[in-house]
Ligand binder design. Sequence first.
Ligand SMILES: *Cc1c(COP(=O)(O)O)cnc(C)c1O
Length: 393
Amino acid sequence: MSRILPWSWPAAAAENPVNDVLYFDYAATTPVDERVIAQMIDCLGKDGTFGNPASRSHAFGQHARERVEQARRQVAELVGAVPAQIVWTSGATESNNLALKGVARARGDKKGHILSSLLEHKAVLDTLKQLEGEGFAVTYLAPDDKGAITLDAVRAALREDSFLVSLMLVNNELGTVTDVAAIGRLVRERGALFHVDAAQATGKVPIDLRVLEVDLMSFSAHKTYGPKGIGALYVGTRALGQVQAQIHGGGHEQGLRSGTLATHQIVGMGEAFALAKAQGESERVRIAALRDRLLDALKGLPILVNGVSAPRVPHTLSLTPYWDVSLGDELAISSTSACNSASNAPSHVLLALGLRPAEALRSLRLSFGRFTTEQEIDRAATLIRNALLQSVP
Ligand SMILES: *Cc1c(COP(=O)(O)O)cnc(C)c1O
């Protein structure tokens, strides 16, 4: 539910078909790539791979199982994991829940301390709130003045009883990138487990779990041109046996996540991640050029770019105009993450960065992707420029 500003449905639909609306909200979700759709459709009908992957006794199940395992290899390959370390879930929200609750609750009465940050996605923050209610202590690190969670901040906040650290790799509002390599080394030295939410990172930054000291990593398909409702949790060697299942019933996925595997969703995620591996890097270069083209066109206007001095991906741009602008309905963007939009609250990420509530509320998140064109960038720049100049207070 992202806030399309201002959005009136269905009244505006007749004179303003969605095809005329510029989509600049790839960080909320991406369209499914046609190549992914083709693979998914192939798993649905009576002549397709519709069998239950858990059916061991016949060819229908066997074929479905083969495609599920192929997808598991594709996901593992993008991130440098071993296929057996990939556990299918319904999305990054569930992966985050499984990682955090799974590790915390497996400790029984021991409780202890979890370290995370104010910049996390609600799927992490709300889960940690839940765990606080169950008696766990949680510290939420604030970012530095650049918008980054630093190694020093983690070092200073780790406690004797810290058993888990959870930080995101790429921030969904700012596009900033956390140094999980350095932080992972520290966390491992201190003997805690390290969970990383990588929902916004796949296809945007290289991920190699063979060298990263990360124990648990969450993925989502629909931020990377796959379908909604499917994701995965990487469970590394050190985390194995330390994660308690949160969904029971049948013992699928090594007992970590029961439920009939959604073959079409899984196959879609596999194909999406294979495409990300094949073209993520060239896509990043193209999108960086588009982002720079937009910034060039906005040069000289009274707009601040948030998180500009931290390492970041070019796919997501957070802007704060000096005054409120009304963009009309031709530009589909968010003022915050899709989840905050639903409640109309100012972005907790921008507040953590030091913005005032009014500044956070008038901020614009533009996110670009595989299907963004130069023409769309130019139109968006014109729309923003005009809206800003027309609303000079
Ligand atoms: C989108 C997102 C999620 C939630 O993923 P779903 O697959 O939609 O549940 C979690 N974390 C981050 C950083 C995200 O951007």
